[in-house]
Design a protein around this ligand. Structure first.
Ligand SMILES: [Mn+2]
Length: 235
């Protein structure tokens, strides 16, 4: 199964990207209502971390069935993929209690669905601007190299794991204030880093997790018009 999903330009509606959800789908829906999101023609890309922390993690499965909703895999989603082998204590400390309340069949169903989440998404636009989406950061200097390596069967298991873990977990670029541009793509949009004061741009990486899941107001990048907006109902 490919770890990458590519999307052609949306010729009928608008495309948006938003940050982490963390079990707050009602808040996300209110924010979508506020931007006039039209599920008949618009698409919502999402930076991962659908679950943990909020009270509605169990709704992730319903959202994954929506044909207009396209998330990448975040580190919290990765816990679901590895639920039978991961450090459960660490997950519980980070909001994983909802998962332990389900029966084994439900847990396995979640694992199957979450394993289908791509590590990276690439979206083309009619204007020729290309957007890359990954949860934490692009682990390579070049976006194209990253996508190629994600699906390269000649990479060892260890190298593959390092690549996907960096993409889902790393805070290196943010913490080092690394403004180097990722080559081979116009913009890289990420979540993972909870931001107090609005979205942050480092080079051509846009950090979009302004904690809408906690505050009710989500940041959206309208990639069709290359415009940032904030919307939702403040909690
Ligand atoms: Mn995260």
């Amino acid at each position: 199964m490919s770890k990458v999903k590519r999307f052609e330009p949306n010729t009928v509606g608008r495309d948006f990207v938003t940050g982490d959800v963390h079990g707050h789908f009602t808040r996300l829906q209110l924010a979508l209502d506020a931007i006039g999101f039209d599920p008949a023609c618009d698409r919502l890309f999402q930076c991962g971390d659908l679950v943990d922390r909020g009270p509605e993690s169990h709704l992730a499965i319903e959202w994954l069935a929506k044909p207009w909703f396209h998330p990448v895999r975040g580190n919290h989603d990765d816990y679901v993929c590895r639920f039978d082998t991961c450090d459960t204590g660490n997950w519980l400390e980070n909001g994983g209690l909802w998962f332990s309340g389900m029966n084994k069949a439900e847990q396995l169903e979640h694992q199957v669905q979450f394993k289908e989440l791509p590590i990276a998404i690439e979206v083309a636009t009619a204007t020729g601007v290309t957007f890359g989406i990954v949860h934490a950061e692009c682990p390579r200097p070049d976006w194209g190299d990253f996508l190629r390596d994600l699906d390269d069967p000649s990479l060892s298991r260890k190298e593959q794991k390092l690549l996907t873990n960096t993409a889902m977990w790393s805070r290196r670029r943010y913490e080092l204030d690394d403004r180097d541009k990722v080559q081979g793509v116009d913009w890289v949009v990420v979540g993972h880093q909870p931001l107090e004061h609005g979205p942050v741009v480092l080079g051509n990486t846009l950090y979009l997790d302004t904690m809408g899941w906690r505050r009710g107001v989500f940041s959206f990048l309208n990639i069709t018009e290359c415009k940032l907006l904030q919307a939702g109902v403040a909690q």
